[in-house]
Each structure stands twice: as C-alpha cells, then as structure tokens.
Design a protein. Structure first.
Lengths: 206, 206
DNA sequence: GTCTATAGAGTGATAGAC
DNA sequence: GTCTATCACTCTATAGAC
C-alpha cells in the first residue's frame, strides 16, 4: 500500500477515535494529514471508499486476534483473548462507539458485521459449553443457558467502551475483564474456580 | 403548552426514532409538521432549545415510570417496572440508540443524564440487596456482588435496543425481560425461584 | 501524485412582511 | 403566529493545471 494512503488511513482512525465518526470531515482529514483535499480524493474517490478501506483493515486485524477463538478454549485462554480484544477495541474505539451510525450509513458494512457478530456470540456459547464438558462450568440440561451467557458476555465486552463513555467515566482492562467474568462466575464449578483465582489476580470475590 | 409546539415535539421524536438523531434536520421537521422553517424557529429559537425541550419531556415521563423504583421492590415488582421501561424505551428509542451522539453534541444534557444513570444503577443494586435480605437472592459477604449485578442489569436493559439494532434483529418485551432476569437467576434462592416462575411464564429454565 | 478552485447540495439561523 | 427569502457556513465531489 502507498505510503500516503496508509497515512490517510491511520490519521482518519485517530480522528474518528478522538472526535467521533460523524464529526470528522474530509477537509479536516486532509488538513491533519497535511495534504490537499484534492489529493485525498485522488486516493479515495468517495468517502465510502475510505470507510471501506478502514473496515477492511479492521477486519484484517480482528481476524488475527480472533483466530484463536476458532479453537475451543479453557477459561484462562478465553481471558487472554479477552485482553487482546480490549487492546483492539481501544485501537478501533470509534467503531465500538459509533457502530450503529456506521451501520446506518453503510449498509454493506452492516451486513458483513452482523454476520461477524453472530459468529462471535456462537463461538462464545460453544466455548462455555466446552468448559462445562471440561468440568469448569456447571453442566445444564438446557444448552440455551450458555447461548444466553455467550450473548451476555458479548454484550458486556463489545458495549464496554460505550457504556463507559455515556457514563462519562474512564476505565481499564482489569475493570472490563472483571465485569465480563463476573457474568460467568455463578456458573463455575469447584474446579473452574481455580482458573478464576488466576483471572481475578486479587482476592476471591465471594 | 402551545398546540403547534406540542406537534413539533411529537413529530421530532417520531422522526428521530425513524431516521436516527443525526439524520433529522430542521427543514425536514418543518416539512413534516407542515409549517414553515421560519415558524419552527419561532417556537424553538435554536436547535438546542428543541433538543432541550424533548429531553425535558423525556425526563418528565421517565420520572413517572421510575417513581416506583424509589421504594425497594421485590422481584415481581421489579419485573413490572422493567416492562414499563421497555415501553418507555420504545417511545424514546432514538435516545437509547443515539445516546452517545446526543451527549457529545449537548454536554448539558450529558451531565444531567450521567447523574441519572448512576442513580439508576445504585437503585438496582439496592433493590437486589433488599431482595437478598428478603431471602429471594443469596446473601453474599461482599456487597459489591449486587453493585455489579445492578450494573449488568442496567447495561442489558438500557443497551437492549441498540444491540438488537446493530445485530439487525427485531425483538419484543419478553425477550428483553428474559435476558435481564437470566442475569439474576444464578443468584436466586429456593424462595426466590417462586417469583421467577411467575416472571418466566414459560417452563422453568434449567 | 499533488495542487488550487469551485460546483452543488444541505444545514442552522436571521430579517422582515403580513 | 406564520410566512417568504436569504445569509453564512459546511460538506462531498469534481475539474483541470502542474
């Protein structure tokens, strides 16, 4: 990829994160990248092309950190993945803050991302079920329990940045992972608790 | 309140819900209300005045449905309140979909709403603790458990519309309340389960 | 590849007649 | 209260010189 093109992409991501997706214009991007508006639209003919390129980068980097999710993981491995996801969410913060707005403006992205979401939730549900069969979590008769837990876990992690923002608070990775794992805690077995004591590096929770 | 003013407010809420907060302009509102743009800006001198009036209406109606929350409630009463909130969330859907955008554009609203949020979370936490003392939920040594449950419950209900929207799904009140109560289910005692069987009108969950 | 200049549409806000 | 007309601004996108 062209060097200027790469600079445009990275600067745009930075501005989106700083000012919000809707509050960044092409003239502003050109200004910060220190090129002319005409040059910017030479590299990205339409604004949508720029957004598409950023989403492609988003997908590419996300694929790297989620390739581990494809295999079923124990709770400790899931925690490592979750921490990786937190870093990723910081890098593409605008995406997690302005997701609905982006989906509304770019239906093509919406369609792709919605498929991704369902895959994520299903993957989480499968991992929880797997941990039940490993003896780390309670085995329930109804598999729907871990389908719901997957959805709750997804909701809490993906909307973490947004809830922090709307509450006007600041946060860190420890607070985020703790909130997520507290959802799982009630389902742990004695055996699973051992993993949890590693995850919560502090004292036991209850 | 003036009749035209009321019509403007209700139409604007409807358009916000339909098209998203950022995608509604003053000319469009005037057009749908069937008045001139000049007339619209006679009633609301600045766009911010219109938004402020809508937020005042939002607060007013929210105060009515949340006045019960002030008293500590058992699980059945909390379920009734949650169902009332679902209706409210439908009426002011744009607010729950575009909350961050609104807070960014109108810091005065952000400040007020953030205080409201913390009050809501604390109220939920207190109600859960109250239910523990009633014997419906497990009594833990650490009160932080129900502080976290309050936060999770809040997150799941307030971001319900948004997660449904970004996933491109549709939903209903039963699905929303079930998702919320499944967070509480692992903390129920034998006694508390009786309330739950009323809440989940279907068969037992596990 | 990079620039300047500008078209064309939309936005919030204001002035002044009725 | 309600209208028409318009200003000043911003945005995306395009044209054409270098």
């Amino acid at each position: 990829m062209n060097k200027t093109k790469k600079r445009i992409l990275e600067t745009t991501i930075r501005l989106f994160n700083r000012d919000g997706f809707a509050n960044v214009s092409l003239p502003q991007i050109a200004d910060i990248v220190d090129i002319s508006l005409g040059n910017l639209t030479y590299h990205f003919k339409k604004k949508e092309d720029l957004i598409e390129s950023i989403y492609a980068l988003f997908q590419e980097e996300l694929a790297i950190i989620t390739k581990d999710y494809k295999q079923l993981s124990n709770l400790g491995e899931m925690d490592e993945q979750l921490r990786g996801f937190y870093e990723f969410q910081q890098r593409f913060q605008f995406f997690y803050l302005d997701l609905l707005e982006i989906e509304r403006a770019y239906p093509a992205i919406a369609e792709r991302h919605q498929k991704h979401i369902e895959g994520q939730i299903n993957g989480l549900a499968k991992s929880f079920t797997h941990n039940a069969s490993l003896g780390n979590l309670t085995e329930y008769e109804k598999p729907i329990i871990y389908q719901h837990l997957g959805q709750q876990f997804w909701l809490n992690t993906v909307f973490w940045s947004m809830q922090i923002a709307v509450r006007g608070r600041t946060s860190n990775v420890e607070e985020m992972t703790q909130a997520a794992w507290l959802l799982v805690l009630p389902h742990t077995t004695e055996k699973g608790r051992i993993d949890f004591e590693h995850i919560f590096k502090t004292e036991k929770i209850d």
